[in-house]
Write a protein that binds this ligand. Structure first.
Ligand code: SF4
Length: 481
């Protein structure tokens, strides 16, 4: 969006107003693929009705089904994979030097032009690939076939190598006070249920200075909360030869004046180092929040998932985290119904959830993905069993969450006001440092104290007055901080 905006396109979120439609897709599980395809078909209708001139499909679905998308949905004019973001301009016809004069600034590419664009991209990707130093684990896993796409008909065999930098234009769609920064791309882990490495490529970190420069410029634009993301942020910098890369990066970013909240998502469990925890504890503006997807707790399931460890090891890690950063909020997610998962495995997971008492927890149904190593496993768990296991565990977590949220009543905390509640204008929605944007429960403000009104994107002090299963209710106790 930043590139298109810089090139002079006016962006709209109303498809009926658009000349060019861009569908950014996801492809990591079946439901995401279905949603992506449904959206493409919905957008294609705007093209057939004549209201839009052009339809571009971008993102992970392109990495997986590049040729198939164009073959099966002829309304699609161009596809842009995850490794070729900059080609969105060429695909949109915005910078084509030989664009024919027309009343529209946009040009529809012919199949030959599209083929030219694609071969240009592939040769750029091949050149770029030789410039990048990967982690030894990534190189080894590549030799072992981790990133192979040979069976993916219609996909290019070239893995994405793209990384944006601080000079890449960005168009923020998040509220003015918050922004995400992607610090790394790709993943070298061998998790057998996951095709993300095949879609996104080998792990590669953005340059340290580039991330710092981007964070500084976002804060200068009024951003007060930064969330660092990547498939595995805890590997950050290993390919750059940095020791304790994420901790060092957090330490540097936390010093940016006026950055109030800094957090990172998606820690790999065995990469939570003492240095990382010390850094979280050391800075007031690093949120006391850790999202560590564990995927399961039964050691036999984790072994087949090629993730290793088990409940005992995880409990020790959690103990270490809580001791180093008292009061830290922990989020995790689990997959149920992985092939071969038995009722005993679920009991192990259940006991673990009871003991670990996570602040936030998600349970996801296993999705059998063609192209993943687990696709070859035969001991499938029936769908109904998967759904009943999921319901059971979520109910358990609901009880745990309800009890723990009661302990929040009376606490006075800093909250970020996010705007009027979608449910009723009588309530405002807010978050504490223990709530990541868009993921965790909410804090509803039903009493603005001495203030007539709240301001979106401002921080206030608030006292928690009620607690529900996942959400909290609070009243403002002091004006904007
Ligand atoms: S660490 Fe995450 S992204 Fe990487 S392979 Fe495992 S599940 Fe997939």
């Amino acid at each position: 969006m930043g590139l298109l905006d810089r090139a002079g396109a006016r962006l709209t979120s109303h498809p009926e107003e658009a000349d060019i439609l861009v569908v950014n897709t996801c492809s990591f599980i079946d439901t995401a693929k279905q949603e992506s395809v449904d959206t493409i078909l919905e957008m294609a209708r705007h093209k057939t009705s004549g209201s839009a001139r052009k339809l571009i499909v971008a993102g992970c679905l392109v990495e997986r089904y590049r040729d198939e998308i164009r073959k099966s949905i002829p309304e699609v004019d161009a596809v842009v994979g995850t490794g070729e973001l900059e080609s969105i301009l060429e695909a949109a016809g915005l910078t084509m030097p030989a664009a024919p004069a027309s009343s529209s600034p946009f040009t529809i590419l012919s199949p030959t032009q599209v083929a030219d664009v694609r071969s240009g991209l592939e040769s750029r990707a091949a050149t770029h690939k030789s410039d990048i130093a990967y982690r030894p684990e990534g190189d080894l896993r590549e030799q072992q076939g981790r990133f192979r796409r040979d069976d993916w008909q219609g996909a290019t065999h070239l893995l994405p190598t793209y990384l944006y930098d601080e000079s890449t234009p960005r168009f923020l769609t998040t509220p003015r006070s918050s922004a995400y920064i992607k610090i790394a791309e790709g993943c070298d882990h061998p998790c057998t249920f996951c095709v993300i490495p095949n879609l996104r490529g080998k792990f590669r970190s953005r340059r340290f200075e580039s991330v710092v420069a981007e964070a500084q410029s976002l804060v200068a634009r009024g951003v007060q909360e930064i969330t660092l993301i990547g498939q595995d942020t805890t590997c950050y910098g290993e390919d750059l030869g940095l020791k304790d890369g994420l901790a060092t990066l957090l330490d540097e970013l936390a010093r940016i004046p006026n950055l109030r909240w800094l957090r990172f998502l998606y820690a790999y469990p065995n990469r939570i180092t003492n240095k990382l925890l010390e850094t979280i504890a050391k800075h007031d503006n690093i949120c006391k929040y850790l999202d560590v997807p564990l995927q399961h707790a039964s050691s036999s399931v984790l072994k087949t998932m090629k993730r290793g460890a088990g409940a005992d090891i995880f409990l020790k890690t959690i103990e270490k985290v809580r001791a180093a950063v008292p009061g830290i909020a922990l989020r995790t997610s689990f997959i149920v119904g992985f092939p071969g998962e038995t009722a005993e495995d679920v009991t192990v997971l259940e006991d673990f959830i009871k003991e670990a008492k996570f602040d936030w927890l998600g349970v996801f149904s296993y999705s059998h993905e063609e192209g993943s190593a687990a696709y070859a496993l035969e001991a499938q768990v029936p769908k109904r069993t998967i759904e009943s296991r999921k319901r059971h565990l979520m109910k358990l977590q609901q009880k745990i969450s309800k009890q723990s949220k009661q302990q929040w009543i009376g606490r006075e905390l800093v909250v970020l006001a996010e705007g009027e509640s979608e449910e009723t204008p009588l309530l405002w929605e807010a978050r504490t440092q223990f709530h990541a944007p868009e993921i965790d429960g909410k804090v509803y403000i039903n009493d603005t104290g001495e203030l007539d009104a709240l301001e979106k994107g401002r921080f206030y002090r608030a006292q928690i007055t009620e607690a529900h299963d996942y959400d909290l209710v609070a009243r403002i106790t002091s004006p904007a901080l």
